[in-house]
Design a protein around this ligand. Structure first.
Ligand SMILES: Nc1ncnc2c1ncn2[C@@H]1O[C@H](COP(=O)(O)OP(=O)(O)OP(=O)(O)O)[C@@H](O)[C@H]1O
Ligand SMILES: [Mg+2]
Length: 242
């Protein structure tokens, strides 16, 4: 277990508590159930991997856990707030303060440079040292020489790393990452994994990530499997890694 000195809140409530989450979308002729009866609890400072085949519901689940969308049924409590019952504005506010998200498709703003993309959440939060912190984060992900590149001038892996730096900029209590090493070669993927685990260790940031990367999944304190929208937690393999 991680030591509890660096965690962001002193309450003993879990960071994330999900109860019987179900998500359906209405199609022209019928209704598609994407997630079914998902329940889980994640404590502060844990690192969690969600693995499953393409189309099994991983991105949908991550979006609901992070409050980007609301479920058809069930509840999501994030850092003590019932996000599944908040308005869109309230959810946005909560996300801005406590949640970092690395999207599968990066979602960088094309008109801004790498540096400006990372500065944006800091400026929105009223930080006075946005530029310094953004530079530091970009250097940390190995992009100190690419600060003024726009997203289209960056490779896929570089865009991925800008997205990670941006997600960490506001010092979130919980970080959701959708395939954070998905587009990276082994070596870069390894250094992004190291960075995520380091931030988890040093800052107590709770990590929830979707990954196909077995090495990264094995480094997490827990692993969940998802198949056709049903989540299971296989019996923990004792001390898989050290
Ligand atoms: N808004 C939507 N309308 C209709 N179907 C949807 C919608 N969102 C997701 N789906 C379907 O739900 C299933 C799960 O999608 P999701 O994006 O969560 O999968 P995933 O596990 O992240 O897959 P991948 O590994 O390919 O990213 C897919 O079959 C997808 O087509
Ligand atoms: Mg996905």
């Amino acid at each position: 277990m991680n030591q509890m000195t660096n965690v962001k809140a002193d309450r003993l409530t879990p960071m994330l508590r999900v109860d019987n989450l179900t998500h359906r979308v209405r199609l022209e002729t019928d209704t598609l159930t994407i997630l079914q009866g998902v329940s889980l609890e994640i404590n502060r400072g844990e690192s969690v991997a969600i693995v499953g085949r393409s189309g099994s519901g991983k991105t949908t689940l991550l979006g609901l856990l992070a409050g980007l969308d609301t479920p058809s049924d069930g509840t999501v409590e994030l850092d003590g707030a019932m996000i599944s019952q908040l308005s869109e504005d309230e959810r946005a506010k909560l996300r801005a303060h406590r949640v970092g998200f690395v999207f599968q498709s990066f979602q960088l703003l094309p008109a801004l440079s790498a540096l400006e993309n990372v500065m944006l959440p800091l400026e929105l939060a009223g930080s006075e040292s946005a530029e310094g912190r953004a530079r530091e984060l970009l250097e940390r992900v190995g992009l100190g020489e690419r600060l003024n590149h726009s997203p289209r001038q960056l490779s896929g892996g570089e865009q991925q790393r800008v997205a990670i730096a941006r997600a960490f900029a506001s010092d979130p209590s919980i970080l959701f990452a959708d395939e954070p090493t998905g587009n990276l070669d082994n070596r870069t993927g390894q250094s992004v994994s190291d960075l995520l685990m380091e931030l988890n260790r040093e800052q107590g940031t709770t990590l929830v990530m979707v990954t196909h990367d077995e090495h990264l999944a094995a480094r997490c304190s827990r692993q969940f499997h998802i198949e056709a929208g049903v989540l299971t937690e296989p019996a923990a393999v004792e001390e898989l890694t050290h």
